[in-house]
Write a protein that binds this ligand. Structure first.
Ligand SMILES: Cc1ncc(COP(=O)(O)O)c(C=O)c1O
Length: 374
């Protein structure tokens, strides 16, 4: 099996630990281990580093199922991030020649892997002109009777947008009509700046799988702890795929996650996230106001990311490379999402660093614009 290049992950993997300002992340400032132990009140001596239960401890599966209406621990498989959950799902469901429909722009993992598995990938799109909603009728037209799998990411990466209730209803009715499986990547749920959690697709249609993780809303990507939720009858097969990937979660991550998801701790962690998002999003918003070469952006609703349009007569990959090599600022070029003319700016980090990095981007773009005019 040959998989297409996952341009954004390659870009981040090569550069994110070697720049002064990393604005390529989509989650909020991560916790340190010391902070997390304090917040969770977990004593290291209580964590055995043997293999844990391979589909996740009962306590953790119970806690994850508690986040969704009418879910039970039997519906939950714990994975290494939502990346493994997405991987296992596509690997289980797609055969060469199957039709997969993906809502774009999106994190490239699902369309890239679907293509690698030999599926025919069709797309429908979030439109900038509709504040990142799909055209009414687009889902219905694309989700045909021969569609095997539909993938939607909600809230969305890279736009930080959330689907309207009408768009959700249309996707669900199109799935029902076609009988396709629906994979809802909900990894940004809980990272809504205004605090209203995006309703899950779980429980709306029987052939639904939902993925999530502690990476974005909880500031814990380094735990590599995610989950997959699916109909009970499917879970054995999905779990069996894990025998070939990571076998089990990390024991330490499983124990920490079970504590993080206790209601009071979860509430505090998500409040920390919202606080960072509201403060830092306002910084970007103010920085964009009145600029000639940048913006305006469509205010992101969830996740620490937004798509910022620019107008300096340069390709986005070229511009991102210039920012990296000359200014040591890492952003994600719109090209990585098929959206040239945009930069994806991550604003979840340290406030002071964000301000400095934005100043660099402003200066760099002004110089760039002046250069391309002269
Ligand atoms: C939409 C989406 N899904 C999945 C992932 C993978 O995240 P993780 O494996 O850390 O949960 C990402 C990471 O950026 C993402 O943006």
């Amino acid at each position: 099996m040959r998989v297409p290049n996952f341009a954004m992950e390659r870009w981040q993997s090569h550069h994110e630990h070697h720049v002064r300002y990393n604005l390529s992340e989509s989650g909020v400032l991560p916790f340190s281990l010391a902070e997390l132990l304090e917040w969770t009140d977990l004593a290291p001596a209580d964590v055995s580093l043997g293999y844990p239960q391979t589909n996740g401890s009962n306590e953790l599966r119970e806690a994850v199922s508690g986040l969704y209406e009418d879910a039970a621990p039997e519906n939950v498989l714990i994975t290494a991030g939502s990346a493994e959950a997405n991987f296992v799902t596509l690997w289980r469901l797609l055969e060469p020649g199957d039709r997969a429909v993906v809502l774009v722009p999106t994190y490239w993992q699902t369309p890239g892997l679907a293509e690698g598995l030999g599926a025919q990938v069709a797309t429908f799109a979030l439109e900038e002109s509709l504040s990142w909603q799909p055209y009414p009728g687009a889902a219905e037209a694309t989700i045909t009777p021969d569609t095997r799998l539909v993938v939607v990411t909600n809230p969305a990466n890279p736009t930080g947008s959330t689907l309207s209730a009408e768009a959700v209803d249309e996707i669900l009715s199109a799935c029902e009509r076609s009988g396709a499986w629906l994979l809802a990547d909900e990894v940004y749920v809980g990272a809504e700046a205004e605090g209203t959690e995006t309703p899950s697709f779980w429980g709306r249609y029987e052939r639904t799988l939902v993925t999530g993780s502690l990476s974005k809303a909880y500031g814990l990507p380094g735990l590599r702890l995610g989950w997959l939720l699916g109909p009970t009858a499917e879970m054995e097969e999905l779990w069996a795929r894990k025998d070939y990937t990571t076998i089990s979660p990390s024991a330490a991550s499983d124990a920490l996650a079970a504590r993080v998801l206790r209601p009071e701790t979860r509430r505090r962690v998500l409040a920390r996230t919202r606080d960072i998002l509201l403060r830092n999003r306002a910084i970007v918003d103010e920085w964009l106001a009145g600029r000639e070469a940048l913006g305006p952006w469509i205010l992101p609703r969830a996740g620490a990311i937004g798509m910022v349009p620019y107008d300096v007569g340069a390709n986005s990959s070229e511009l991102a490379e210039h920012l990296r090599s000359e200014w040591s600022v890492l952003v994600v070029p719109g090209d990585h999402f098929g959206l040239d003319g945009f930069l994806r700016i991550g604003f979840g980090g340290e406030e002071a660093e964000l301000v400095e990095a934005l100043a660099c981007i402003g200066e760099a773009l002004e110089a760039y614009a002046a250069q391309s005019v002269s």
